[in-house]
Design a protein around this ligand. Structure first.
Ligand code: B1M
Length: 212
């Protein structure tokens, strides 16, 4: 089996040490960390999600898979930073997962890549109330506010946030970037967000565009 298959399998099996070992191996072999994530670890996570939907895997399996994925990403982070293009500060981003949602892997990955590519990033974590996003953005004079969500039930908070900015009279001060598995370009347009991306490298491109 090739290394990408082994990476996927380590996530499926929830094998943290194995996932970390394969991530280190990828760095040694000169594999682009993003390729390792997309073609290896995320492929495993996709399978786990499908099996969960089918009732073949359960919540504890998701938890272990997430831990394995995080262990792998932790090993890849320094390499992502090293390969980043950061030479100057391109802008300031406040990012987090919206209230009601505790998924953090994708959001953290987006934050890491933005930081590696020259953005100053304030990661507020998960289950973040809309007011907290706004308070932090005002405090650090953010250019971009990034809202992540993985649940169809919490997507509505992205819309509410755009409305909250309008109500507070600060809509034009910030660019709003949205993403997460159920989020689509048409949803982003419908709620009046400024940017959207389906993955982490696309989020960097979107953020760079928003700064122009
Ligand atoms: Co949950 N979960 N989960 N889960 N989980 C999903 C999302 C689900 C699709 C699984 C399924 O049913 N097949 C489903 C949602 C269904 C729906 O809403 N329609 C689901 C559910 C139901 C739940 C619970 C409600 C289960 C329960 O308790 N009964 C519960 C929610 C609790 C809560 O939040 N209140 C729950 C819990 C969990 C765990 C804690 C066990 C764990 C998360 C651990 C963690 O994050 N620390 C977990 C996991 C692991 C998943 C799946 C399997 C994988 C998510 C993931 O990490 N993907 C997921 C299935 C799936 O997504 N297919 C699922 C890897 C990650 C790299 O991708 O996060 O999509 P992703 O991020 C991508 C892009 O989306 C994008 O870039 C990233 C990198 O490419 N992106 C952005 C993300 N944010 C962005 C922001 C941007 C731009 C791009 O700009 C700001």
């Amino acid at each position: 089996t090739d290394i990408f298959q082994a990476m996927a399998q380590s996530v499926i099996d929830g094998e943290k040490e194995e996932a970390a070992r394969l991530a280190r191996q990828a760095v040694t072999d000169g594999i682009d960390p993003l390729v390792a994530i997309d073609q290896g670890f995320v492929a495993g996570m996709r399978y786990v999600g499908e099996q969960y939907t089918l009732g073949e895997m359960f919540l504890p399996d998701l938890v272990l898979a997430a831990e394995a994925m995080k262990a792998a990403i932790a090993e890849l982070e320094p390499e992502m930073a090293r390969r980043g293009t950061a030479r100057q500060v391109l802008g300031t981003v406040v990012i987090g997962t919206v209230e009601g949602d505790i998924h953090d892997i994708g959001k953290t990955l987006v934050g890491t890549l933005l930081s590696a590519n020259g953005f100053k990033v304030y990661d507020l974590g998960v289950n973040v109330p809309l007011q907290t996003f706004l308070d932090k953005a005002l405090e650090v004079n953010a250019d971009i506010i990034g809202l992540s969500t993985l649940l169809t039930t919490t997507m509505i908070n992205q819309r509410k946030f755009v409305q909250a900015l309008e109500a507070a009279g600060v809509r034009s001060r910030f660019k709003v970037l949205v993403g997460g598995a159920p989020v689509t370009r048409s949803w982003a347009a419908e709620i009046g967000a400024d940017g959207y991306s389906e993955d982490a490298s696309g989020a960097v491109q979107a953020a760079i565009q928003l700064m122009q």
